[in-house]
Ligand binder design. Structure first.
Ligand SMILES: [Zn+2]
Length: 746
């Protein structure tokens, strides 16, 4: 016989010795309300406040690893023809006068830019025995610039293939994978001895012959997707796009990374290895593991693509980098040349677009990195990119102290869910390669539209010490979460944190295994009642059942748009919104709801102590990205404000579509405002700037902090401010493309 429990006896029992999950399993759902379970899930310890952290202790920059003082990175990406036509002095003069701290110089691996003796390291056909690499290194050194030795291990030629057929990536039928633009080059497989033997041989040759500061590989590891190779080694691995493969892939990436790093250090201990990364939340290698290893995060998001057409692509990457590197060095490459699905890699792009990418780099906390392909073109056919880059670098150099962040001031965090991004295919009703990409852009656009200051946190970094500064965690369909991660989220809520979650969040474990019930069912007070329901015609609606702060601003309607897909839930007590199931949208004769009232929740809200929990059963973030419906936007904004008790630590009021960042810096604080108000914000490139008027800033500072000055770094002006208690207030009179209010304290 099942014991009937009321809340008090349940809590008493669960607080005794029974683990919570086991305690809940002893109950049948009919005997206990979802709200009671939610209370039980987060009770047990007194909630503790999450204060604004005190200022960090000062650090002497001379005690930091050298790369952490790099602010400007330069690259003229060298072509085979450059040794014949490039003026090395002109190249070095340009980057030096621009203020570059470090330059990339090509060693490569596809074509040697020096008289390499490593077998299969083919000399470029215009090299003619010359030590082009060595001359470039000398020219950079003469001007005080550091040097990155750039390699490319991803491709090689037929003679190497003939001698080492095992080096090639292969298709399922066993055929070699060749480069689709230059079919004489084959793709090398990262699991083969090519990476263990050939790449180290080149690194050791460079260390023997030259003085370089660090080593870098282009073209490896892959960005944004996982390899799919059927060579002899890979055939023994689990199938690509499974968590088992991803684990093997990560082990191999880390193995090679450590191996190359050790080789780099053979000559001098301050040298290191780093590789091409990027792909923001869809990065190939595990960001948590790599973030702990990497000394330099090279983000290769050079410009907008057809997959990621929104203007904030670089800032999105910067948020990922600051989550992963926690103060270590990160740079994002700005292509001065044309990026996108139709490319002209040897022609300058719109200057306003290039500048905005540089703006986003700085605003999101990364070092500047400017890149053009080929010196033949870059110092010959098209020189327009040069002034854009050098003007920007020189401006930034004046303000390095204020532009280098130490810590984010945001109090909202979005869980990035890298496993879900890479491995979850979307619900059966909407399988799509871009499913999670659209989800990411949906929550990103929502937060930008609402002018929220926010950070990303990785699913593998949910320790309470890392996330206790946040008032709320947002979980936009983070489908894959381990039992341990679910427990960390419970601990966070128990400490006073709040949650907004959606759709299939926690419905899968970290190995892509579907759970019978949400991993966070107890916390969120939800139980699923069936499989995902998609849309055929009209999507579902949410019927307003009662008033609530998250419905502020909605009037004259009984229902609101729902989302494209939803997980059906069992009824809860006093729902705010209930589901009106989707129905026919054509023909209009049949466009009415057969069932206009149900008890299926379209939103579940919980409030326990200071924690507030909101769960949307629909894929609301992605549906907003697909539709742009303002009701979904308002609903999410109201929800974020409600769960955070509207405790924004940074308010920026004014017209326009902006992205904002607020950082603690060495001199004080910096509020960055990026002006995206532009017809080309979501497609194509910016070709002009639409200036914004006054933006009024309110920023909460830790108690006792005294402000000396507020300076605008783009308009290079000093503005008045006032401190009301611990809230700093000032007005930025106008924002062209970008403005930074630099706060000096003391
Ligand atoms: Zn392979």
């Amino acid at each position: 016989m099942v014991r009937m429990l009321n809340r008090r006896t349940f809590l008493k029992n669960s607080a005794a010795s029974l683990p919570l999950a086991a305690a809940i399993q002893t109950l049948t759902p009919a005997t206990i309300s979802a709200e009671t379970i939610a209370h039980a899930a987060i009770s047990g310890r007194a909630p503790k406040l999450i204060p604004l952290p005190a200022r960090l202790a000062p650090v002497d920059p001379s005690t930091l690893p050298w790369q952490q003082n790099i602010r400007r990175v330069a690259q003229s990406n060298m072509t085979e023809h450059d040794p014949a036509v490039m003026n090395i002095e002109e190249w070095a003069d340009y980057w030096h006068s621009a203020g570059a701290d470090i330059v990339f110089i090509s060693v490569t691996g596809i074509l040697a830019f020096y008289p390499s003796k490593v077998q299969f390291h083919r000399h470029g056909k215009f090299l003619n025995g010359r030590d082009f690499f060595g001359e470039c290194v000398a020219a950079a050194r003469k001007r005080g610039m550091r040097v990155v030795a750039r390699m490319s291990p991803d491709l090689n030629w037929g003679d190497a293939l003939e001698a080492h057929p095992e080096w090639a990536m292969r298709d399922a039928d066993g055929s070699v994978l060749f480069n689709d633009q230059e079919p004489r080059l084959f793709h090398t497989c990262m699991f083969t001895s090519y990476m263990d033997d050939y790449v180290p041989a080149i690194m050791r040759e460079i260390n023997l012959l030259y003085d370089v500061d660090c080593f870098y590989t282009n073209g490896w590891p892959p960005i944004g997707s996982l390899p799919n190779c059927h060579c002899a080694v890979c055939s023994k691995l689990p199938p690509s796009n499974t968590t088992a493969y991803w684990n093997a892939f990560n082990d191999r990436v880390l193995e090679l990374w450590h191996k190359y790093d050790a080789i780099a250090k053979e000559k001098k201990p301050e040298s290191f290895f780093f590789a091409n990364l990027g792909g923001n939340v869809r990065c190939g290698p595990n960001l948590d593991r790599l973030g702990k290893t990497a000394a330099w995060f090279q983000a290769d998001n050079q410009g907008r693509t057809s997959d990621d057409p929104a203007i904030w692509g670089c800032s999105l990457q910067g948020r990922v980098c600051s989550a992963m590197m926690e103060g270590k060095f990160a740079a994002n490459v700005t292509a001065a040349y044309s990026t996108g699905s139709v490319r002209w890699r040897n022609a300058s792009k719109n200057p306003d677009e290039a500048r905005m990418w540089l703006n986003e780099t700085v605003a999101s906390g990364m070092a500047l990195y400017y890149h053009f392909i080929g010196s033949e073109a870059g110092f010959g056919e098209d020189r327009r990119w040069q002034k854009v880059g050098s003007d920007y670098f020189q401006w930034a150099k004046k303000h390095d102290a204020h532009l280098k962040p130490r810590r984010s001031h945001a109090n909202i965090a979005v869980v990035m869910g890298q496993r879900t991004q890479l491995l979850y295919p979307g619900p059966a009703t909407a399988h799509a390669h871009d499913y999670m990409r659209e989800t990411t852009h949906g929550i990103y656009a929502t937060l930008l539209n609402g002018r929220f200051a926010f950070d990303f946190v990785h699913e593998d970094r949910l320790e309470i010490e890392r996330i206790s500064k946040y008032r709320a965690l947002l979980l936009p369909n983070i489908a894959m979460l381990s039992d341990g991660q679910c427990q960390q989220i419970r601990d966070y809520v128990r400490s006073g944190g709040s949650i907004m979650a959606s759709f299939e969040t926690s419905l899968y474990d970290e190995n892509q295994q579907r759970r019978a019930e949400f991993g966070l069912a107890d916390l969120l007070g939800i139980n699923k009642s069936g499989d995902v329901i998609g849309t055929n015609g009209n999507a579902y609606y949410g019927r307003i059942e009662r008033s609530h702060p998250i419905l502020e601003g909605f009037s004259n309607t009984n229902w609101l748009p729902g989302a494209q897909n939803r997980v059906p839930l069992k009824p809860v007590q006093d729902p705010v919104l209930t589901v009106v199931p989707g129905f026919v949208q054509y023909p209009p004769e049949l466009a009415y709801p057969p069932a206009s009232h149900t008890d299926e929740p379209a939103l579940v809200l919980r409030e326990v102590a200071s924690s507030r929990l909101a769960y949307f059963p629909g894929d609301i973030e992605r549906t907003f990205w697909l539709t742009g419906h303002g009701d979904l936007l308002r609903l999410m904004h109201n929800t974020i404000r409600w769960i955070t008790h509207d405790e924004a630590v940074v308010h920026v009021d004014g017209d326009g579509f902006i992205e904002l960042f607020a950082w603690e810096t060495t001199p004080g604080y910096a509020v960055h405002l990026l002006n995206y108000t532009n017809p080309n914000a979501h497609h194509g490139w910016l070709d002009t700037v639409y200036r914004l008027g006054p933006q009024t800033v309110g920023m909460t500072l830790p108690r006792g902090v005294k402000v000396k000055a507020v300076d605008l770094l783009r308009s290079e002006d000093t503005i008045p401010f006032r401190l009301e208690g611990s809230v700093l207030r000032f007005t930025v009179p106008r924002v062209d493309d970008y403005e930074i209010a630099a706060v000096t304290v003391g």
